[in-house]
Ligand binder design. Structure first.
Ligand code: TMP
Length: 214
């Protein structure tokens, strides 16, 4: 049987990577085979694209160039990692997916590119495939950005290209995620991420076990 595809989304410092890891551990303890991935950078080639996308000057790429590179990374991740894993019966948990491109490259930049063009890229790279569930971790940008800068202190290569964009960009993308969720309530669940790691994990585990009856 094909596994489930669950995506984690949200702004900077929302805690999705931690929550993904905790959910993976809990589902593994239930006997499920779990593969985790992330965008950008879920594959070796994707790691090379990630370096271009998340380091360096905040203005070095325009929204169209970014969208194309994120979709290149996504296509590689889907064909080399996600689809093979799902076909093998694994569940795949992904740290970001296509909603990030809509939130960041479309809403973040205040609609400098057309949503239909992003839809076309989605179709080209991903086809009709959709996540079974998308968890959107919502937090005030000021709080998330502070967490993100704190975390970057211990990083050798600072992945802060988007953090350096102004607060309006981050407010726009947060509202973008909320709009995406409102448009697709079956697929998306918005969670308040401004709480303890343990409390949020319990909420997520509860939601996932109920929805998929595991
Ligand atoms: P991360 O910090 O969650 O690993 O994500 C890397 C950065 O890339 C983050 O600042 C969000 C950004 N991003 C986009 O702008 N568009 C996308 O499509 C994806 C997947 C990530």
């Amino acid at each position: 049987m094909r596994g489930r595809f669950i995506t984690f989304e949200g702004g900077e410092g929302c805690g999705k990577s931690t929550q993904l890891r905790l959910l993976a551990e809990s589902l593994q303890n239930k006997g499920l085979e779990i593969v985790t991935t992330k965008e950008p950078g879920g594959t070796p080639t994707g790691q090379e694209l990630r370096r271009i996308l998340v380091t360096g000057d905040k203005n070095k790429l325009d929204p169209v160039a970014e969208a194309l590179l994120y979709y290149a990374d996504r296509r590689i991740n889907m064909t080399q990692k996600v689809w093979p894993a799902l076909d093998g019966g694994n569940w795949v948990l992904s740290d970001r997916f296509a909603d990030s491109t809509v939130a960041y490259q479309y809403y973040g930049y205040n609609r400098q590119l057309a949503q239909e063009d992003l839809d076309r890229l989605y179709h080209l790279a991903v086809g009709d495939f959709r996540p079974d569930l998308t968890l959107i971790l919502d937090i005030e940008p000021e709080k998330g950005l502070a967490r993100s800068y704190h975390k970057a202190q211990s990083m050798e290569v600072k992945e802060l290209r988007f953090e350096k964009k102004n607060l309006e960009f981050h407010k726009n993308l947060r509202n973008g995620f909320l709009k995406i969720a409102a448009a697709e309530p079956e697929r998306c669940v918005v969670l308040n991420a401004d709480k303890s790691i343990e409390a949020l994990h319990r909420e997520i585990l509860n939601l996932v076990t109920k929805r998929f009856e595991v």
